[in-house]
Design a protein around this ligand. Structure first.
Ligand code: UTP
Length: 292
């Protein structure tokens, strides 16, 4: 049975991006002209996912509006003959079946995932962070699709792994394990934000997961951890004691827009790749760099 469901948590406070995120969901911050979470939904759709649950909370209604249809806007674009834009806008609300769940209190990522339990039922599902874009080096195959391929072969949970510089391991969940064929690793260790000398590797969990439904049982068993929140990595550590788990060291790049510097870098990098503005942006950057 192929995996057809995805959960996208997008209910966090986004404190690293205040004051912008006081009333604006960080997942709606645009990369060039497209909200980050739309990039995430598109990765799902291109990977064969048909049903998506977005977990939202207070101050996050703009996400719901973005994915619902907007007949007044569509009529206006139609009248003006802006067919290209009209089709783009229509696609946002029709590309997948999108549902919403409410996280009552921001009790951490593990808690946000558990809000998807009724939607997921007893099926395996994909989990994608709503503030993280992953770009695959293979434009035909998004990272999530590559992870689903590993899941379909192994029938065990899979996480995306990215090698990070040594001084950055203490910011991420880090995985250790045994290298198998290709870029697949059989995991035997997971540590949330280890000190550099304690880290089993430099492979950081990169905001994409495919889970067997048993993860909900382990989240329910997980006590509050760092920041008094239910940490997803803690639940995965429990799950790893009884289940196999694999990592995919992906060929591509992660863009985490949840902090200011990476948000700006993402806009520059993905802006440079755009046909409409890439060249002008490159010229501008060269000019200001030589001037300063
Ligand atoms: P982050 O830890 O990056 O988000 O979670 P945050 O808590 O909003 O960020 P800061 O540290 O305050 O700046 C990654 C994803 O998980 C969601 C976030 O919205 C983000 O997309 N999340 C996090 C939830 O849905 N609920 C939570 O309780 C925490």
């Amino acid at each position: 049975m192929p995996v057809t469901k995805a959960v996208i948590p997008a209910a966090g406070f986004g404190t690293r991006f205040l004051p912008a995120t006081k009333s604006l969901p960080k997942e709606m911050l645009p990369v060039v002209d497209t909200p980050t979470i739309q990039h995430v939904v598109e990765e799902c759709v291109q990977s064969g996912i048909t049903d998506i649950l977005i977990v939202i909370g207070r101050g996050k209604r703009a996400i719901e509006e973005h994915f619902s249809s907007s007949s007044e806007l569509e009529i206006r674009l139609e009248e003006k003959g802006q067919t290209g834009l009209l089709n783009q806008i229509r696609r946002i609300s029709t590309m997948a079946s999108i549902h919403f769940a409410w996280q009552k209190e921001q009790n951490g990522l593990g808690d946000a995932v558990s809000c998807g339990q009724t939607f997921v039922g007893s099926d395996p599902f994909a989990l994608l962070l709503g503030d993280t874009i992953l770009r695959s080096n293979n434009p035909e195959k998004p990272i999530l699709r590559q992870m689903l391929d590993v899941f379909e072969e192994k029938q065990e949970s899979v996480v995306a792994l990215e090698e990070v510089e040594p001084h950055r391991v203490s910011r991420y969940g880090i995985a250790g394990g045994e290298n198998l064929d290709g870029n697949v690793i059989k995991l035997n260790q997971l540590i949330e934000k280890p000190a550099a000398e304690e880290a089993p590797s430099r492979l950081a969990i990169a905001g994409r997961y495919v889970f067997r439904p048993e993860i909900f049982h382990y989240i329910a068993e997980t006590p509050r951890g760092k920041n008094n929140e239910i940490q997803l990595t803690d639940a995965m550590v429990l799950m790893l004691q009884n289940h196999g788990m694999y990592g995919l060291r992906f060929a591509g790049k992660r863009y985490d827009i949840g902090n200011k510097l990476d948000f700006i870098k993402t806009n520059i990098e993905l802006g440079l790749q755009r046909e409409d503005i890439g060249q002008d942006l490159a010229d501008y950057l060269k000019r200001i760099v030589t001037e300063t």
